[in-house]
Ligand binder design. Sequence first.
Ligand code: HEM
Ligand code: HEM
Length: 222
Amino acid sequence: MSDPVKEHVLVWDIPTRIFHWTIVVLVALSWFSADQGSMRVHLWSGLTLLALLLFRVLWGLFGSTTARFADFLHPPRKVVAYLRGQEMALYAGHNPAGGWMVAVMIGVLLAQALTGLFSNDGLHFTGPLALWVSDDVSTRVTGLHGTIFNIILVLVWLHVVAVGFYLLVKNHNLVAAMFTGRKHSRHVPAGLNLSFTRLSNALLLLGLTAVIAAWVFFQGVP
Ligand code: HEM
Ligand code: HEM
């Protein structure tokens, strides 16, 4: 009988998996807290997201193979060929189309967290950096903050539809892989040689981005 462990290859490191499922929770919490007018919760979920997103950018430069931008940002020619079904190569991490989608999602989420810092609720709450700009600019940025969230909703919807398409049509469960870190060997290139960055490096980078978020927080404390 075949060994089920050997049939599955580790492709996603722990930091990338924790990052993903934590941002899912925090995006939902950010929406819910804004909806309820719980601005303190909103501030904390937003600042935590900011630290995680900055971490993910650094992890995209210094992290494990499949987490790196260089691994999943391919030239447009390759993306078009992939979307047309002309590209038969297998990818351990994000495929050429998914890779750009991931980069756009990270960029737009970062824009959301950054605009939040300069926003105000028109009542008693202002983002920690709102005092750096005029009231007029803060109000306009708040409008932008609401618009960007609508873009996030569309992207997340497309993202979940794409993942569902892989599951139902292509019979490839990407969601399980985002939990376990492993993909079946039939979905990854033969002779794969991935490198995994030490967990201590991830903690160091996360510590750095947490300090940045804390510094931002204290800018808003009178
Ligand atoms: C607020 C909602 C969500 C956001 C903002 C989001 C964002 C992201 C991001 C940024 C990545 C890239 C991960 C990385 O390389 O660091 C990703 C990957 C992924 N997400 Fe989500 N996600 C959301 C919800 C979901 C949900 C609900 C599911 C499952 C149904 C899901 C399944 C996946 C899978 C399977 C991948 C890996 C895709 C691949 O293999 O290329 N996501 N997501
Ligand atoms: C980084 C820290 C953040 C701060 C300081 C912040 C601040 C604010 C403020 C002041 C408002 C205005 C509330 C009102 O008009 O009553 C707001 C609204 C909102 N924020 Fe944030 N925000 C942050 C991050 C985020 C993030 C990361 C998300 C989602 C991913 C988000 C989603 C929303 C939504 C959905 C609204 C309601 C928009 C609307 O009513 O049109 N925020 N935020």
